[in-house]
Design a protein around this ligand. Structure first.
Ligand SMILES: [Zn+2]
Length: 319
C-alpha cells in the first residue's frame, strides 16, 4: 500500500510542504525498504522531489535572489534528474534513501549559491536533509558551470588571460548532486569532522596546513580572500597541479575537500574528464592541469573512498 503511494503520488508530492510531511515520507520509505529490499531506489529518491522548504527559499532570497521561488520540473527535466540519481554510487543512494527528506529545485538565477543542503533532526533522532539546487543548472554543462564558478576567483585586469575548465559532455547536475549527496553522507557518518585521515592537509576543519595555507591556493575567494588579477592565474593553477587537491574549491574546508574528492573520484569512474587551461591573450594554453590524472590526487581518491566505506560499515553510524 505504502509502496503504491510512493511511486504513484509523485505529482501530489509537488504540492507538499513542511518538514513533518517530508519526514513522514522518509518513514514511509523506510517501511517500503523493509518490505521490498533492493527494489526501487531510484523511484524512492524520485518520490522525495518536492518544493523547497520556506527556510531554504528565505536563504536564497537573503543571498541576493529576491524573487526566488519553487521550480516545477518539466517532463524533460524529470528525465535529467532521474539520470543524475541513477549515476550516484551505491553508498550515496543508500544514505540518501534513508536520510534525504526532499530534493528541491528553485528558480533563483541571481543567487550567489548554486546548491543548499539543509539538515535537521528526524523523528528517529537521526539527521534528515533537504538538498535544494538552482533550476538553471538543469540545462548547464559541467564545463560551463565550473568555468563560470571559477571566474569568480578573478578580476579582469586587461592581461588577456582566460581560465577554462572542461569536463567533456557531462551535465552539471550529475556533479552537483554527487557533491551535495557527499555532504549528506559525510554529515550522517561524521567523516570530515574527524580530520585525522586528512591531517597532512588540514590543521582543523577550516584551516589548511602548510604550505597550502600561505601559498596562492590559501588566499582565493574560496578561502574567503578577495578575487585576484587574471595575470596571477597561471601561478595559481601551477600550484593546484603540484598539489594533492582535486580542485581549488576543495580548499574551502575539510568537508568541501571530501565532497570534491568523492564526487570527482566517482566522475572519473564514469569516464568524465577534468582539464583546467589557462590561456594567454593569443589563445595559447600556457598552463594545463588534469587533476584526475595526478598520482597525488588519485592517492587521495583511494583514501576518501576507503574512509567513506569504513564509516558506512560501522553499524552505529548508519541509523
Ligand atoms: Zn559543498
Amino acid at each position: 500500500m505504502l509502496t503504491l503511494l510512493l511511486t504513484a503520488m509523485v505529482p501530489a508530492l509537488i504540492g507538499m510542504a513542511g518538514c513533518d510531511r517530508a519526514a513522514a515520507q522518509v518513514q514511509a520509505n523506510l517501511t517500503q525498504r523493509a518490505a521490498d529490499v533492493g527494489g526501487g531506489t531510484a523511484s524512492a529518491l524520485r518520490a522525495r522531489i518536492a518544493p523547497p522548504h520556506d527556510e531554504t527559499v528565505a536563504a536564497y532570497r537573503q543571498s541576493g535572489a529576491v524573487n526566488a521561488s519553487a521550480h516545477q520540473l518539466t517532463d524533460r527535466e524529470w528525465t535529467l534528474v532521474e539520470r543524475a540519481i541513477a549515476d550516484l554510487p551505491p553508498l550515496h543512494r543508500d544514505v540518501l534513501e534513508r536520510r534525504l527528506a526532499r530534493l528541491s529545485f528553485i528558480d533563483a538565477p541571481s543567487s550567489a549559491g548554486t546548491a543548499l543542503t539543509r539538515a535537521y533532526d528526524g523523528p528517529d533522532g537521526g539527521p534528515l536533509f533537504d538538498i535544494t539546487l538552482r533550476a538553471d543548472v538543469l540545462d548547464k554543462s559541467l564545463s560551463e558551470f565550473l568555468t563560470e564558478k571559477e571566474s569568480m576567483l578573478f578580476t579582469d585586469d586587461g592581461s588577456g588571460y582566460s581560465v577554462r575548465l572542461s569536463a567533456g559532455r557531462a551535465p552539471a547536475l550529475t556533479y552537483l548532486l554527487l557533491h551535495e549527496a557527499t555532504h549528506v553522507v559525510d554529515r550522517t557518518l561524521g567523516v570530515s569532522t574527524d580530520v585525522r585521515p586528512f591531517s597532512a592537509l588540514w590543521v582543523d576543519y577550516r584551516d589548511l596546513a602548510a604550505p597550502y595555507a600561505t601559498g596562492p591556493m590559501g588566499v582565493t575567494t574560496y578561502r574567503r580572500g578577495r578575487p585576484i588579477p587574471l595575470a596571477e592565474s597561471p601561478e595559481l593553477y601551477k600550484a593546484l597541479g603540484a598539489s594533492p587537491f582535486v580542485s581549488l574549491y576543495a580548499t574551502a574546508s575539510a568537508g568541501e575537500d571530501l565532497a570534491e574528492l568523492a564526487a570527482w573520484s566517482h566522475l572519473g569512474r564514469l569516464h568524465i574528464p577534468l582539464t583546467v587551461e589557462v590561456r594567454d591573450a593569443t589563445g595559447r594554453a600556457i598552463v594545463t592541469v588534469e587533476p584526475l590524472r595526478s598520482p597525488a590526487v588519485q592517492a587521495r581518491f583511494a583514501v576518501a573512498d576507503a574512509v567513506l566505506a569504513r564509516a558506512a560499515a560501522k553499524p552505529s553510524q548508519t541509523p
